[in-house]
Ligand binder design. Structure first.
Ligand code: ADQ
Length: 455
């Protein structure tokens, strides 16, 4: 089997096990363990200049190769074009995107620097798999350097309709970059349609045929057993005791404006207003560690949430009950799994999300004898598969309020029926299966459009 080369903006710490590593590392774990592999990307550190030669560490069958980012590239490639322009536009938020020619300059420069540092490490029969929106231009740069290997690309975030995408300055160059890939994966059939439309309109109809939908999954059995094990841990017991018999609703997100947090908080408040019989019967725990705190929109969001939570707690709390508990510190993954298991309701209400793995993790974490209810945004990729959820419009706090009311009263047999359907899907479409499907399309065993999941 040929070597697998994974390229992503961030490279996981080889010393971290699956339990603490990020989502992508968990998803790639099986594929990396089964064959000789190289993971290439940014070290997470900044330096005077972007590195030209990768530092390498071998761990098991994987070599981790990283370069530092120069201060300018960090600012323009990472904070600028990736996080302040591409991220909002790909999540349909053209209006809050910030454009600066220097940011795009940093983006092209860094994609080229990644390609130049990776090229000397490549072997002729490597299979290269590039991840996400930071690296739209990397395959084209590798081709320019003479690389002839198969190159696949997976976009973890949504791809908007072309009328939105084309609002992005340099949209055409980004699409041309994508057209250098041999297989292009996105999360849902809607994303695939949007991307194909943009490529066809840009005169790249042939590349459109290499686009397919591959819904990412989780290590379902692993997360389920983690949740079951952690339910007896000190932190989880403390949480459960503190609830004093009340139901728990839980939200777990990065603190990001795509996750619909202010609307979710408002929806919870609206539920207590409109259905007062639930007052004092439910506690909402939102865990949202600060991310990208150096980007302006994220600071504004944080203030908005502080205020929203404070207002509702101020209005509704009793001396022995506060409706919302809000944590902006990181909570360890195993603890999160245990918290999810004791929750009666999972609130996953992004305004847009490529997939949203928290929704799948919530399903996996449930007690099969007495499962909770998932309230899920129709704009998360996960909503295509998780048809047992209460699906809401995350922009409408009243819709969230009504779903919470239904969830609070849902009889055990309906909860079980809905959860069983979702669990069957989550268990069938694991991270490992996603990896296999994409690689099989990339390595030419199946046409990309057919290899994608039948979403
Ligand atoms: P993210 O936007 O980071 O990922 P998501 O899929 O929900 O979103 O989460 C990824 C992982 O981070 C999950 O395993 C989750 O448990 C963990 N996580 C999130 N918030 C956490 C918290 N507060 N504490 C601890 N862990 C937390 C991007 C796309 C998604 C897509 C994934 C994978 O934006 O749409 O599902 O990539 O493709």
């Amino acid at each position: 089997m040929s070597r697998l080369v994974v390229v992503a903006n961030r490279v996981p710490d080889p010393r971290e096990g699956g339990a603490t590593a990020g989502g992508l590392a968990v998803a790639m774990k099986d594929a990396l363990a089964k064959r000789d592999s190289l993971w290439f990307g940014w070290s997470g550190k900044t330096a005077e200049e972007t590195g030209t030669e990768a530092a390498q560490v071998r761990h098991g069958s994987t070599t981790y190769a990283t370069i530092d980012l120069g201060h300018d590239d960090y600012r323009h490639y990472y904070q600028g074009f990736s996080n302040a322009a591409l991220w909002p536009v790909l999540h349909y938020r053209l209006g809050i995107a910030r454009f600066d020619r220097r940011d795009y300059g940093g983006y092209t420069r860094t994609n080229a620097a990644f390609a130049a540092a990776l090229a000397p490490l490549l072997r002729p029969d490597d299979t290269i798999w590039i991840h996400d929106f930071h690296l739209f231009l990397m395959a084209a740069e590798l081709r320019r350097l003479g690389c002839r290997q198969r190159i696949g690309f997976f976009l973890h975030v949504p791809f908007p309709p072309r009328s939105v995408f084309n609002g992005l300055p340099h949209a055409a160059q980004l699409l041309e970059g994508l057209a250098s890939m041999d297989a292009i994966g996105v999360q849902t059939e809607d994303d695939a349609e949007n991307l194909r439309g943009a490529l066809i309109a840009g005169g790249m109809g042939e590349a459109a045929m290499r686009v397919g939908a591959f819904a990412i999954g989780i290590d379902a059995a692993g997360f389920a057993s983690l949740a079951a094990r952690r339910v007896g841990s000190k932190d989880v017991v403390r949480l459960r005791d503190s609830l004093a018999g009340r139901s728990l609703a839980i939200g777990v997100d990065r603190l990001d404006y795509t996750k619909g947090l202010p609307q979710r908080i408002a929806g919870f408040g609206a539920m207590l207003e409109r259905f007062p019989r639930h007052r004092g019967k439910i506690t909402f725990l939102q865990v949202a560690p600060v991310s990208r705190g150096d980007v302006a929109q994220y600071r504004t969001l944080r203030r908005e949430l502080d205020e929203g939570v404070g207002r509702i707690n101020g209005q509704m709390a009793e001396p022995d009950w506060a409706p919302i508990r809000y944590i902006t510190r990181a909570v360890a993954r195993p603890t999160i799994a245990g918290f999810m298991r004791v929750a009666r309701i999972g609130l996953v209400t992004p305004l847009r999300d490529g997939m949203n793995l928290v929704a799948k993790e919530f399903v996996a974490a449930q007690d099969p004898v007495d499962p909770g209810v998932l309230v899920l945004s129709r704009f998360a990729g996960a909503a295509v598969e998780l048809d047992g959820a209460l699906v809401v419009n995350p922009l409408d706090p009243d819709d969230i309020a009504e779903a919470l009311d239904v969830a609070m009263d849902m009889p055990a047999d309906e909860r079980l029926d809905r959860w069983s359907r979702m669990w069957a899907t989550v268990r069938a479409n694991t991270a490992a299966a996603w990896c296999r499907r994409f690689l099989s399309a990339l390595e030419g065993h199946e046409a990309v459009a057919e290899a994608g999941s039948s979403l």
